[in-house]
Structure formats: structure tokens, C-alpha cells
Design a protein around this ligand. Sequence first.
Ligand code: ADP
Ligand code: MG
Length: 622
Amino acid sequence: MAIILLDTKTINRIAAGEVIERPASVVKELVENAIDAGSSQIEIEIESGGRNLITVIDDGNGIEKEDLELAFMRHATSKLGDRELIEIKHLGFRGEALPSIAAVSRMKLSSKASGAEEAWSIRYEGGEKIGELMPCSLSQGTHIEVRDLFFATPNRLKFLKSERAETQAIVDIINNLAMINYRIGFTVNSGNKKLIKYAKQESLFSRICEIEKEFQENALKIEEEEDGVRLTGHICKPTVNRGKSDMIYTFVNGRPIKDNVLIGAIRYAYHDLIPSDRYPFAVLHLEIPYDQVDVNIHPNKSEVRFQNKRLIYEIVRRGLIKTLSKRIGSPAASDVDELGMTEKIVRSAAFDTREGNNELINNIKNREEKNRKEFYERRPSSVENRLIKEFAAPNIGEKGLSEGPGLFEMQKLASQKETMAKEERQVSLIESHPLGFARCQVYNTYIIAETLDKLVVVDQHAAHERLVYECLKQKSSIKRQELLFPEIVEIKNQAGMEMVEIYKDKLFEMGFEIEIKAENKVIVKGIPAILGPIDVKEMLTNIVDRLTEIEDTLPIEDKVNKILAIIACYGSIRAGRKMNLEEMNELLRQMEETPNSGQCNHGRPTYIEMKLSDIEKLFERR
Ligand code: ADP
Ligand code: MG
């Protein structure tokens, strides 16, 4: 067959195959154009998942009459200036969307350029212009209708999913674009159903809360910077997680993108805090100098290439870990109201010089950094010994307060003086500690504590498990305890024995002394001291089972952490054990000192809070 040059119509249809995959791609391209045009309100309407009709109306700067036809030519764009492909600041730059959409649908574009007297419209069907430019009535911006998508390339229609799935894809695209373009108002209607209505917002955080309510009460602020790369955004506490990754939004220079480096860094930061099959909530924006990132590597511009992947990974990982390991009650540990504590302090010192403010922030940051360092560097003696001493002995709490007299009776029993001293101590605990003073234990499982303005309920097992785990993580410092009577443990299968052989040395570092005795038997001579009296057989079997389960690809560090988590679970105060007031308060103080203690190793919360003001509301006192 002879070689021929393809005509424009065919070229456009082929190109459309790349850019326009499904109705959501049309919506994405048109809305990006509307954003690039400086719009403040964008309205989208669809019918049957965008297959029959997509309308996008904006109030942007419009298109001049003489540019209308040009806009539909391939590689025609108003967005690439002198700096060409180096500084790509607009969402669009390829000049492909309008001709591609026009090639596979029936399309009408009406527009009024800002400053122009009249609005004009132009029509295309299957890539061919229909009729001449027509004057039309439009007060501002651009109005685009795309009907009968893919009528000209019916093969594509077969690949479309159900109406519901296509509609959802459109909603997802809009959520992504709306998130980062929070100053713009968005609506999406399908038939007569309102799917989205986002008001114009002043801050990213307000938009995040519009899209996902979970952030309202659970957000933590992210800020990190290095070498001109700036990371900002908000994540949720680990207790808020989901089976899908759809609550992870990542943006690079204002552009929604999907990238494995970013997802990897985010998941790494949370790997200790939520189960491996769950995903966190995160909205992150990376601002990278334009010459260090290539946005022109994907036809629909949803992927980018970073010049320095390592740096990007590090910034994201570090930024998140820093925030996630902040202590309970520490200034910026939560930013529910966008104005984090740190900022509040700065605002109230508004008459300070700028440098003064920075110094203040730096002081707070340094203090947190120092606290965190101290925790990890501390000799095992302090926290570890306290954990062993206070909680490892079975049921010290028997004679505890929870069983004995209540606070009220105690006052009657104790001498006047003692009571007063105690009260003083309580008041100071209530005032100076974020988790307050433990009042009692209920159901032998939960600790009820009081702070100045909150009621705190702690899950004793979950909380202690986290403390033991964090303590164990200072690997070098795990103390071993020789067993008086070494235990012989039978390992059922070959794979299990292999695991013992492979991990024997690692387990030794973690406090276990294990010898292989026969083909299917091992002797356990020592266990981590922190554990106290436990069922050695059951725990070792559990560890071996888990090791056989874990897929080989998991990095060694993750495997070790998994084992530590099992140990922590065994070593922790069980639910159902009585505790006395002293023990309870000791646990609260340790929680305040330990990073990550807001949730247990399984991502469940270790404590919940109820604001006094909310309680008052319930009783209609407010
Ligand atoms: P690109 O966005 O890559 O420049 P498009 O094919 O999407 O290419 O659009 C071509 C041109 O049409 C744009 O560069 C812009 O000048 C103009 N344009 C498209 N949509 C709009 C709109 N909603 N408002 C103003 N101008 C628009
Ligand atoms: Mg475009």
C-alpha cells in the first residue's frame, strides 16, 4: 500500500485517542482551560455520565473572536511564552485539547473575551467546522457544550464503564482540581442532581473540609522546606484511614499528579501507625522550581518527572514523620482550626518584630525536636524500667482505688492533711498535663481523666501497647531476661523453622535467646525483659507464623517492626486488668512523653477526648 500523509481530521482523531479517553478527560481538559483563563466560578453539567452531554461554563477572560478558529487547530496555544517548555505555569500548554475533543464529538464553544463588545460562537462535528462564526448572547467568559462524545469513533464507546462509574470519575477529577484551586467556586450537576457545590474559599484547609469532613477534626498541618522545594498541606491523624488510596491528593506546582515516589513516602511515614492494607488521608502540595520538574511526560499531564527524586522523597517522608510524631498536647500537634497553636502565639505577639516571631516559632520547634531526640536517646533505664516496674507485675491494681473506695469516700478516710496535698497535686496535674488527672477506671479497660477543659478516655491496652512498642524500637537498648526454666517450643512446619534460622540473630537483638534443638524444636533461653511473665510458646509461635506470612518483598526494617508490634501486644497491660490511680496517672504521663502515642500499633486511637463545652451543650448549659 502506498504511503500517504494523514489528513488533519484523522490526525486529530488519533490524537484524541491519547488525550480523550473517557468523559472525565473532556471535563478535565475543559475545566483546566477555565482555570487557566482566570475564572472564579466554574459550572459543570453532565448527562448520562458525560456521554450525551458535558457543559462547562466559566467566567474567565474568554477568547477573542479572531482566535476562536485558531484555538481549534492542533498545537495552537496562548500559554507558551518565551521561556517555552522550561517554565510551565499553566495547566494547559500542549494545544491539543480543543481539537481533540472537537474531533470526536459535536461541540459548540461560545465566548466573550474580556473587554470585547460581543460574544461569538463556533461549532464542530467530528472535527469539521459547521457553518460560520455566529454572534451569541453571553455576558462573560466561555460556555462549552460537548454532545454525543465518541459518536465519530464508536469503538471508544465500547470501553466506557457504567454511567455511575463515568460520573464518579468526573467527580474525582473535579475534586482534585477544586482542592488545589480553592479560590474558585465549583458546581457539578448531573441531570437535576446536584453532585458538587463548593463555595469560593480563602484557604486550602477550608476547601479540604468541604471535600472531606474527616479533616475538620483530625487534621495535622504539614510544612517542610529544603533546597527551594516547599511542601505544604494537611494530613489526618493515623486513626483516620481508608481501604483505598482515594483520600491521598498530591499536587506539584498547582497541578494534580499521581506519583509513586510521593505515595511511597507518604505510606512510609504512616507504616508504623496504620495497618499495611490501609491508606491515610493527605493533601500535599509540593512547590518545586520549574526547572527541576518536567511536566511534559504524559499526554494528559497527570504525571511528572522529578530531577531529584531522592530529595522529594526525603522532604515528604520527613515532613510527615515530624508532624506525626509530635507529642500529645504539643503546640502544633493539631490544627483543627487552621490557625495552629504556634501561629496563635505568634499572632498574639503581633507587635513583635518579624525576627522575633521567627525566633518564637524556632524556639518551639527546637524544643519539640529536643524532646523527641531525648526520648530516643534516653538510656533504657527511665521509660523502660518504669514500664517494667509499674505494669509488668500481674494485677498490682488489685488493691487499687478502682476496686476500693471511690474518690468521695477516700476523702472521708484519709487524713485531712493528706487529702489536701493530694488535691493540690491533682490540680497541678489537671492544669499542666495535656491528658490531665486520672479519676477512675471503668470496665477495667478505660481510664477516665480530667483536664481543664476536656474529659479524656484512654484505652489502657492500646495505650500501653504503643508505649512498649516505641520503647522496643530503640533496638539497641532492649534488655534480655534469662528464663529460669528455658522453654522448649515445637515449630510445626519447615517454613517456620527456616524463619527461626534466618531471624535468630535479629530476634537476639530484640531480646530473645533462641537455640535450635532438633529438626522441629527450639529452646527459648531468654526473652525481652519488658515482657514479664508471658506465655513464651504462644508468642514465639505467633512471631514465626507472622514471619512466614509476610511477603519477602517487605524491607527488613518493616519485618522487624512487625515482630516488635507482636511483642508489644504481648507485653502490654491487658484490657480487663484493674489499675490503681497511681498506675493510671503514670501511664498518662508516659503517653505524654512518648512520640506517636496517640494511636496504638494497629492505628486505633489510644485515647479520645470530649470537650467540656460539648458536654455543657449536651446538658443545655450553653
Ligand atoms: P492548551 O490549553 O494546551 O493551550 P487547548 O486546546 O486546551 O490548549 O486550548 C487552546 C487555547 O484556547 C488555549 O491556549 C486558550 O487560549 C484558549 N482557551 C481554551 N479554553 C478557554 C477558556 N475556557 N477560556 C479562555 N480561553 C480558552
Ligand atoms: Mg487546555
